[in-house]
Write a protein that binds this ligand. Structure first.
Ligand code: ATP
Ligand code: MG
Length: 252
């Protein structure tokens, strides 16, 4: 059965999508069968593996709102072992359309169950909000990765997110574990060093040993629709995301 990893933080621009795309690509490179699932109406994860987010008529939106079977919206990518469930801008409306449904938090989990044996990893890229889409991600997941940007205010919002995770675990998904907190966009500055030290003091072993450096290639790769290991195989970003994939895989 697949391990289902939600990459979540309601704070915007902290490296969720970069992490979801590159972790998925590194798992696939290591021979795992991987499904990257784009839960964000922005569709950045879809674009990150070269898929135009508005090209497809049936997407994760139809899975969540109209019970279309998940395997009907899975697309192959240009990369071995890596498949994608694309997003669509209509997904913005899904939160409202699902409000009155009593299984609204379980739509994604129920959709994943029939395909769970077909993959080693299912990676969920969550939007920057703690709404129903992220909640569907947390209810479907077996583990959460929380990216924190090495900037002032890195910990802002974290207690709210951790509280939500505890509520989900207590009420909706007993299997949910925090896989780890990931420090992203690390630079060799006093501020980055201080943030890293504070976060490690505060959260201890919950923080991955691997951090992700700020790296120009990582910011360029999405515009070519390529994961970092295919865009610039030897850059620091590629090396560190490979190390992260290894660490996540080891943290069973
Ligand atoms: P959102 O909340 O909008 O979904 P996000 O949390 O998914 O954002 P990303 O889209 O992954 O964050 O990253 C935000 C921006 O920072 C993007 O332009 C991305 O290319 C860039 N970025 C992310 N990680 C790095 C890095 N390690 N080095 C350099 N640039 C990065
Ligand atoms: Mg994103």
């Amino acid at each position: 059965m697949a391990r289902i990893i939600a990459v979540a933080n309601q704070k915007g621009g902290v490296g969720k999508t970069t992490t979801a795309v590159n972790l998925a690509a590194c798992f696939a490179e290591a021979g795992k069968k991987v499904l990257l699932l784009d839960l964000d109406p922005q569709g950045n994860a879809s674009q990150g593996v070269g898929v135009d987010k508005n090209k497809y008529d049936t997407t994760i939106y139809d899975v969540l709102v109209d019970h279309v079977p998940l395997d009907q919206v899975v697309l192959a990518t240009n990369y071995d072992n890596l498949s994608l469930v694309p997003s669509h801008r209509d997904l913005v409306g899904a939160e409202i359309e699902l409000v009155g449904e009593n299984d609204r938090e379980f739509r994604l989990r129920n959709a994943i169950v029939p395909v769970q044996d077909a993959y080693d990893y299912i990676v969920l890229d969550c939007p920057p909000a703690l709404g129903l889409l992220t909640l569907n991600g947390l209810v479907a997941a077996t583990g959460v990765i929380i990216p924190l940007q090495c900037e002032y205010y890195a910990l802002e919002g974290l207690s709210e997110l951790l509280h939500t995770i505890i509520l989900v675990r207590d009420n909706l998904n007993a299997d949910l574990a925090v896989k780890g907190v990931l420090l992203t966009m690390y630079q060799h500055t006093n501020l980055s060093r201080q943030v890293m030290e504070d976060v490690r003091n505060h959260l201890g072993t919950k923080v991955f040993e691997t951090w992700i450096p700020r790296n120009v290639s990582l910011s360029e790769a999405p515009s070519y629709g390529m994961p970092i290991i295919h865009y610039d195989n030897k850059c620091a970003g590629a090396r560190y995301y490979r190390m992260l994939a290894q660490e996540v895989d080891n943290r069973a």
